[in-house]
Design a binder for this molecule. Structure first.
Ligand code: IVH
Length: 723
């Protein structure tokens, strides 16, 4: 627009930039590259520099402005900023719900489930659509005005135009409350930098976010990359909208970042299901959640229920048991895995975490140990996520002793309580007694407190040479016949998700290996009753059971056998794709790298690993023997339909005709991909009943929404309608 006025040019640029900021910071769906975004920003800066009288306070260039001169000013909240009461178990949750229903006249209520974000709460005041004030919670009645810092958070809109407010039903003056968090990536980057500069590290992302928002240097805050999720909408001190779910939708429609992982639950069972689902899934989010907040959906009922001293009756926080604990490293040992990888493990003074006694935790590799500078005798923080092996997170300074647990006092309390109960029970059962009474063992002469870790040059299991391949972090035992590799590969083969041979556990495998009855997985299929009866503590019945289990495993499908071979990088899912693509072990073994890469989710690294595996003489022999033993070597070769290749689907809500897993399979069998969250690159959202935020997001982004019938049509023919 050559003839446009500078004012019009500037306004157009601002709109474009705001749009892209929204796409990037709020919706996580960028449409342009960072470089292109920077270019637009640069153009705007240049124009504004030439016409300084046209600079407005809500221009995207004005996020980082002047410093607050003398600390923060206090200001009164429009209405008290409350905290939440906590529950720690489903029973307590149901008790809360029973009370809530009783107090509201006994009718069925719906509940909004939201992730409890672990940051600090913040109130944002908008006047005439512009962000005027950001207030910390403070004592709940008055907070600190940290506006200049809040403005640097890119997901916080500096203004909400009338055009954006109207469809969302927002007045010109309104208030938004929500949580300021520091994403995990920002947190680790910041702590890394602090460490390099010799500054003390922050204990956790919440402390880091709280510390950051109170610094007096907005440009420092801007670099720290905080984020903001909105969860309350009000005007004149009153809750807006007739329900929490509508308020969240309105906030999202007006351009605020609202956490997509929310659900309107029809009853308490659905709430409980949501809680269980996120117990494991919350670890992969990239930011911390320590629980779920459950809120009565209807505003009228909320008002009827009111508040107790410091918390609303209409909401509750379900807190997950603390998944970390602090203990001492007694020793560092090395474990040899099935690929020969040497993994250093910390032997710990046993510590209860999430209901079990943790005695060992992985230290991953030598680089990790050196980075953390973990030494025997150090106090460390240990974390247990999902079902995976506990891991050492960091060294805890002796001086940190008092501060760390206090940061999570209620959870720590709950944890202690569980541990105490456990201990009592264990005593009664005469179980883990030995663990509970374990004293700090005297360090053997070679392993003194303070001693650093040295990777052994010989395999601790077979004394063979240990090597570290060029460019790899891991050390490996090079002996193909290393007993540790053998043991681990058999344990993998026999495990439940693979060949599901019950009774072939660690002690059995150790005995079989010691007697040289088994030296490869193929030997399992040659075992006889007589041989098993020579083992200790094996009677006729258990021997026969084991043989029956082994026999039954032969019927398991091809993908299990492929998974069981233990090829590097070939997990359960990849094994399924390989079985479906090739239809037989023979075809898989003969495939070259190029053909392998045609398989869903197989890239050059996996393809190379598979080809290497099958080119190894021992492996070929092993496979031949497994074939002779009668394992399933053919499968149903799915002529891979290709009409959905490159298409991405998101499934949401309750489908009527089929389960989500079935729907996923249909899509994947036609070459499509199913992902968890809706973005601009989603091709279709398959929505069933009670579809929530994902459906809203799809509509917002203009992603086509289809039902399961249409999805079947698509999967079958690649088109929605038969032409
Ligand atoms: S609602 C009166 N929703 O948890 C309603 N709070 O332990 C109070 N929090 O002070 C807040 N995620 O800082 C609400 N989705 C969420 C939340 C949330 C995190 C924080 C908030 C609150 C604290 C209470």
């Amino acid at each position: 627009m050559p003839s446009a006025s500078p004012q019009a040019k500037i306004e157009a640029l601002r709109q474009t930039i705001r749009h892209h900021e929204q796409q990037y910071y709020v919706l996580d769906a960028p449409e342009i590259s960072d470089a292109d975004y920077d270019l637009l920003m640069q153009q705007l800066k240049t124009l504004e520099a030439a016409h300084p009288q046209l600079i407005t306070h809500d221009s995207p260039t004005q996020r980082v402005g002047g410093k607050p001169r003398e600390g923060f000013v206090k200001a009164q909240h429009s209405r008290p900023m409350l905290s939440l009461d906590n529950v720690y178990s489903e029973a307590e949750l149901r008790e809360w719900e029973r009370r809530v229903r009783e107090l509201s006249g006994g009718r069925a209520l719906r509940y909004v489930c939201e992730l409890k974000l672990d940051g600090l709460s913040m109130a944002l005041w908008y006047k005439a659509g512009e962000l005027r004030r950001g207030l910390t919670r403070g004592d709940g009645a008055t907070g600190e005005d940290v506006t200049s810092n809040v403005r640097t958070i890119r997901s916080v809109p500096l203004s909400v135009s009338a055009a954006a407010r109207k469809p969302a039903g927002l007045p010109a003056d309104f208030e938004v409350r929500g949580e300021v968090i520091m994403p995990a990536a920002s947190f680790s980057r910041m702590n890394h930098e602090r460490e390099q500069q010799g500054q003390a590290k922050f204990a956790n992302p919440r402390n880091a976010a709280a510390g950051t928002i109170r610094t007096l240097e907005p440009n420092v805050v801007a670099q720290r990359r905080l984020d903001f999720f909105a969860y309350w909408l009000g005007a004149e001190g009153q809750t807006m909208m007739d329900s929490q779910s509508r308020a969240l939708d309105a906030l999202a429609a007006a351009g605020f970042k609202v956490n997509p992982h929310r659900e309107l639950a029809a009853d308490i069972d659905a709430v409980a299901a949501f809680i269980r689902k996120w117990e494991a899934e919350r670890h992969g989010l990239g930011y911390e959640t320590d629980g779920i907040v459950i809120k009565v959906d209807e505003t009228a009922v909320q008002e009827q229920l009111g508040f107790t001293g410091k918390a609303p009756r209409w909401a509750i926080a379900y807190k997950y048991a603390a998944r970390s604990g602090i203990t001492r490293v007694l020793d560092i040992v090395v474990q040899v895995g099935r690929t020969g990888k040497l993994t250093p493990l910390a032997v710990l003074d046993p510590v209860p975490i999430g209901g079990t006694m943790v005695k060992r935790a992985t230290l991953h590799n030598l680089d990790f140990i050196e980075q953390l500078d973990v030494r025997i005798g150090d106090r460390v923080m240990v974390e247990r996520g999902g079902d995976v092996i506990p891991k050492v997170i960091r060294v805890v300074a002796e001086s940190e002793a008092a501060a760390a647990p206090a940061a999570n006092a209620p959870a720590a309390q709950a944890e202690k309580e569980t541990a105490r109960k456990k201990k009592k029970k264990a005593k009664k059962d005469g179980e883990i007694q030995e663990v509970m009474e374990l004293e700090l063992p005297e360090a053997p002469p070679s392993r003194r407190p303070g001693q650093g870790f040295v990777m052994p040059t010989q395999c601790p299991e077979c004394n063979s040479e240990v090597v570290r391949a060029e460019g790899e972090v891991d050390y490996r035992c090079i002996n193909a016949a290393c007993p540790a590799k053998l043991r681990e590969s058999i344990l993998h083969f026999a495990s439940r998700p693979v060949m599901n041979i019950e009774g072939l556990g660690e002690s059995m495998v150790n005995q079989l290996a010691a007697r040289q009855l088994v030296s490869t997985v193929a030997d399992i299929y040659d075992l006889t009753l007589d041989q098993l009866l020579t083992l200790e503590r094996v009677g006729e019945k258990s021997a026969q059971n084991l043989l029956d289990e082994i026999e039954a495993s032969k019927k398991l499908p091809l993908e299990r056998v492929i998974f069981g071979l233990g090829m590097r990088f070939v997990g359960e899912r990849t094994a399924e794709f390989l079985a479906a693509h090739f239809g037989s072990m023979e075809a898989l073994a003969a495939a070259g790298e190029e053909e392998l890469q045609a398989v869903n989710e197989v890239g050059p690294r996996i393809a190379r690993s598979i080809v290497e595996f099958f080119s190894e003489e021992h492996n070929r022999e092993l496979i031949a023997r497994l074939g002779e033993a009668g394992l399933t070597f053919t499968g149903i070769k799915k002529e891979r339909a290709t009409h959905l290749v490159g298409k991405t689907f998101v499934i949401t809500g309750t489908l009527t005709g089929l389960s989500r897993d079935q729907a996923r399979k249909l899509i994947e069998d036609a070459g499509g991909r199913v992902t968890g969250s809706v973005s601009k690159s989603t091709d279709y959202v398959v929505a069933g009943d009670e579809a929530g935020s994902k459906l809203d997001k799809a509509r917002q982004l203009g992603v086509p929404v289809i039902d399961d019938q249409q999805m079947r049509k698509l999967a079958a023919s690649g088109a929605l309608e038969h032409s």
